[in-house]
Design a protein around this ligand. Sequence first.
Ligand SMILES: [Zn+2]
Ligand SMILES: [Zn+2]
Length: 344
Amino acid sequence: MRRADPTMTRRAALGLATRGAVAAAGAGALARASAAVAQTPGSEAPVLSRGRTKVVVLGSHGGQQETQLTGANLRCGTSVLIDVAGELLVVDCGVGSLHRLVEAGYDANQVRHVLVTHHHQDHTADLGNFAGFGWASGPNGGDPRRRMDLYGPTGTRAYERGYKLLAGLSIADQEGPLGQVPTFRAFARWHEFRPPKRGRRLLSTSRFTVHAIRVTHGGMPSVGYRVRTPDLDLVFSGDRGYGRDRFASFARGADAMFHEIIDRELVVRTLRAQGATSGFIRHLIEDHCSPDEAGRTATAAGVETLVLYHLIPANPGITDDAWRSMVQPQFGGRIVVSRDLQVV
Ligand SMILES: [Zn+2]
Ligand SMILES: [Zn+2]
């Protein structure tokens, strides 16, 4: 896979992204790509955050970090932060999301709850980092009661074992000679569950109530989440194929839906040109939602606001208006095309 040249100017990078991503695509995709505009993180007024609840998109990119699909104007991997009066919950931990958290003005040791939708790497690349750096950063010797609860479907225990193995020397050093308390085991509490066919409550505090439901995503155990705070009621699709789960009814009555989205035409043509395997292309087509399908899901759920995240591709040449116009035939409410560090 080609890597971005760090010396490349943004204009040149956009050109590469446009050529790479759209080379084999049709005139419609070319028209969308040619309308590339500068995107300023956080420049819009928040549409959801209210009361004591603030929602920050840490990473808006779906899938792998393919240079030819994204250009140098990279988005980080899927991740959303919900801050209720200083109690932090993160949904998914895609690559780069820990850095985005810090850019947003927070520190890993402030994160109290982590929810993982499934164990594809574009959702978990920084999961161990959230646990490890949450444990190690901040007042690591000052409060032995500190803890982080990490929830995820089948595969979470294996991830926990793997992380403890790869970070084992560091953990042993920090707990031993460096005298860090509490122990990593006492700090990071991992909770694996089987994806439930009907909504199931996972946790409840004075600031968060979280339910999970199984969503269909190929052979990968996957869930969507519903997160209620005193001010907001939000649902997150994670990754899902359309029409084979109860996600829309699970989401009914929520204030807003975060839903993944894929521009199939552009992605398929690009990946074919790159020689991707048919299995990988089929996964992208069948196990993710098109703009029509994301719009239909939001309409079926009756939400007022649809926040598009996990954008595939995250090519900066696809403007917010282009994404919106693809969804609008199926959804008449407010559509937010999220970007990294946006306070929604
Ligand atoms: Zn994904
Ligand atoms: Zn996935």
